[in-house]
Design a binder for this molecule. Structure first.
Ligand SMILES: Cc1cc2nc3c(=O)[nH]c(=O)nc-3n(C[C@H](O)[C@H](O)[C@H](O)COP(=O)(O)OP(=O)(O)OC[C@H]3O[C@@H](n4cnc5c(N)ncnc54)[C@H](O)[C@@H]3O)c2cc1C
Length: 374
């Protein structure tokens, strides 16, 4: 968003870390997100045609689509360079801590400095003090991710979800192989609280060092850590006067799958054009800004929130039904589910429906009913 805006106006990006901070994450998107941004092609790590979803009893489903794993550092550096080349700035070591709205401007306070602008865009992710202080999101819970980039000893197919350890509140292993022979490996779980539990770290170490997965990974002391928290909530306010919530701060991600970058890459050009129009028209009230960012459909947003509610209470045994459900769906429906494009029409596709009825699968009913009637 900052790189796009900096083509037309001066932008200042404030980052609390001393250096670029995305290397503890990785990003998988659809091929469409790359097609919409061909200028980022050199920032792609790998293209895949499949991903495994595995239940505790080793039943599995393999999706066959077009997936893109981005090179996090390359994409981040490309955007930082673009911002600088356009005459704008990324300032590290600046922690935003408060702000003040005036009639014609907004002041942001970060460390000892004051920055004055037309607009403040909050991209502070799960820890945004602005989102929490303005009650902009009613939080349902958090996805916690903990893992490492690990050297592979042998080839492995991409794993989107594997419930390795049978449990009443399961965690899911994700393995995204990279072209340099390493892999991003994280364990994911959902929780009501924002702090990551020790159990997640211990279970991760057990899985990669002691379980049947241990044969795939070299033991390496200096592996790059991968970790983070993704907030899941119901948005109450998408913007305040002269403040726009964007990215995870604005709940741009589908709650069940957290594929935030996919949505950002597909929507940021339109969002930036809308923001520029608001700036030039001087329409920077909360209501005007709330309409600037392309959103998931209301149905997709609510269905994903209800999927998150369902996943948060699902035991390993109940999780097998989800794998069974995947066997009943066509590839397009699955990709639309993963990337937040799910629509009511997906539920009335005859072929899918026939298979679901035959399998007597009821996994989808609760989230659908909640989406439609609550
Ligand atoms: C391990 C991991 C794997 C993931 N995998 C995927 C994936 O495959 N696909 C996908 O689409 N998404 C994935 N995600 C989700 C990912 O978080 C989002 O895609 C994306 O990074 C969200 O971007 P954002 O800019 O909204 O927030 P963030 O990336 O969280 O960025 C927020 C930034 O704000 C800074 N900040 C916070 N508070 C302040 C402050 N007070 N002052 C100044 N700066 C501040 C932070 O330091 C940080 O740099 C993953 C996340 C993790 C942790």
């Amino acid at each position: 968003m900052a790189a796009e805006l900096s083509k037309s106006i001066r932008v200042v990006v404030l980052e609390k870390s001393e250096q670029a901070n995305c290397s503890n994450k990785f990003w998988l998107t659809s091929k469409e997100a790359l097609d919409a941004n061909a200028e980022f092609r050199h920032c792609v790590d790998s293209h895949w045609n499949e991903m495994d979803f595995v239940a505790f009893d080793r039943s599995r489903f393999t999706t066959r689509g077009n997936y893109v794993l981005w090179d996090t550092k390359a994409l981040e550096q490309h955007l930082i360079d673009a911002i600088a080349a356009n005459g704008s700035a990324v300032l590290h070591g600046r922690r935003f801590y408060s702000y003040q709205v005036e009639e014609n401007e907004i002041h942001a306070f970060a460390n000892r400095e004051k920055f004055t602008s037309d607009l403040l865009i909050d991209c502070m992710g799960f820890s945004s003090p602005l989102v929490s202080s303005s009650n902009a999101v009613s939080v349902l819970g958090y996805h916690h991710l903990y893992g490492k980039t690990m050297q592979l000893q042998k080839r492995i197919a991409p794993v989107a979800v594997d419930n390795v350890i049978v449990s009443g509140s399961p965690s899911y292993l994700e393995i995204f192989p990279k072209r340099d022979g390493s892999a991003n490996v994280v364990l994911i779980t959902s929780a009501k609280q924002a702090h990551t539990s020790e159990t997640l770290k211990n279970d991760f170490e057990f899985i990669v060092n002691e379980s049947h997965y241990a044969d795939f990974f070299s033991k390496h002391e200096n592996s790059q850590p991968l970790l983070g928290v993704v907030p899941i909530g119901v948005v109450k306010r998408r913007a305040l006067d002269r403040v726009l919530f964007y990215g995870e701060a604005g709940q741009s991600h589908p709650a069940g799958s957290c594929t935030c970058l996919n949505r950002l890459l597909l929507g940021y050009k339109r969002a930036a054009a809308n923001v520029l129009r608001c700036i030039s028209d001087g329409t920077l009230g909360g209501r005007d800004l709330a309409e600037t960012v392309p959103r998931m459909s209301r149905f997709a947003e609510r269905f994903h929130q209800n999927l998150f509610r369902q996943f948060s209470t699902l035991t390993s045994h109940q999780g097998t039904s989800f794998i069974e459900l995947m066997h009943c769906l066509d590839q397009k429906s699955l990709d639309d589910l993963i990337f937040g494009e799910i629509r009511p029409s997906h539920f009335v596709q005859i072929d899918n429906f026939r298979k679901i009825i035959k399998a007597k699968n009821t996994m989808w009913i609760r989230p659908l009913l909640r989406t439609m009637f609550s």
